[in-house]
Design a protein around this ligand. Sequence first.
Ligand code: AHR
Length: 349
Amino acid sequence: MAKGGMGFRKGIVFAFIAVIAAMLGCLFVLLSLVTVGAQDTGPGKTTGSTGIIVGFSQIGAESAWRKHNTLSVHEAAREKGIRLLYENAEQKRENQIKAIRSFIAYRVDVIAFAPLVADGWDNVLREAKEAGIPVLAVDRKLETSDESLYAGFIGTDSLEEGRNAARFIIKKFSSGAPYKRYRTEPIKIVEIAGTAGSSPALGRAEGFREGLAGHDNFEIIYSEDGDFLRSRGYEIANRILDEFPVIDVIYSHNDSMTLGLIDSMKEKGIRPGKDIVIVTIDAEQAAIDALRNGEVNCVIECNPKLGPAIMDLAIQLAEGKEIPRLLHVEEQVFTEDDPDLDSIPPRGY
Ligand code: AHR
């Protein structure tokens, strides 16, 4: 009897401990989500005066462009009184899916995310839709089987960026000298592309080819995915500069990769911007400086300052309003032909 009574009491104690542990577990998950929002909003306080909560899933921190984009989102949220839950996916789609699920569980008002690659989001977007949470695609575009799975897109026009790269090259080589080969054989172009399957890599490649179409005097002799990383730009350049006896132009999908390839060219005694024409996208300060000192020939802007527009759209969505399906931000092209490169204001990234 006494033994049986002890066992019963032990059982109750264990059950009690298990319930407390489960409750503590739930509390921990909840608190960690709250602190993710609080910690990552950067210096200063997020007042959250609008009462709106936005979950933002960023791709990573692969470039100065990306870091500035993250900063812009944080600053805008703070300025507009929006509470931000921020997650960095460290270049992994599965991390972005996990982050979006956590935002759904937290019941944020709006989800904004920069999709690493264009496809593979249907399931998680359907979950957000079923939970009644509008999703805004930012910076990179999405491909879905059902357009109603997200509210809209705000970002840059990567097709146009690619077309602008082609326009510059056509104009530069149309003048003939000093590229005499132009008259007898095609200009040889190498493309260092961004992350495979990402909308900017797809758009910049497509727009470039579209721009060159009908101009037989240009030939893309090689293209490789450099994942938007400086280290990959360096690595690829190291290899191709030895492999191809003649390269007239390198078209690089972002400045980080360009800076890497410039390092490699210099090590090999090749003069960037002179021996090989360099066209790059983003317009980071370092690329503008390289344009000024003649190491880059054309810089196409990709604007990372999307924060204020994202927050304005998020407010409209949280209020149940419709937003435009597609919004492109304004961008400029800077070239060696610009009369006053010194007057370009500091880029901030
Ligand atoms: O999606 C925009 C691209 O991603 C930028 O060109 C690049 O620098 C970034 O990492």
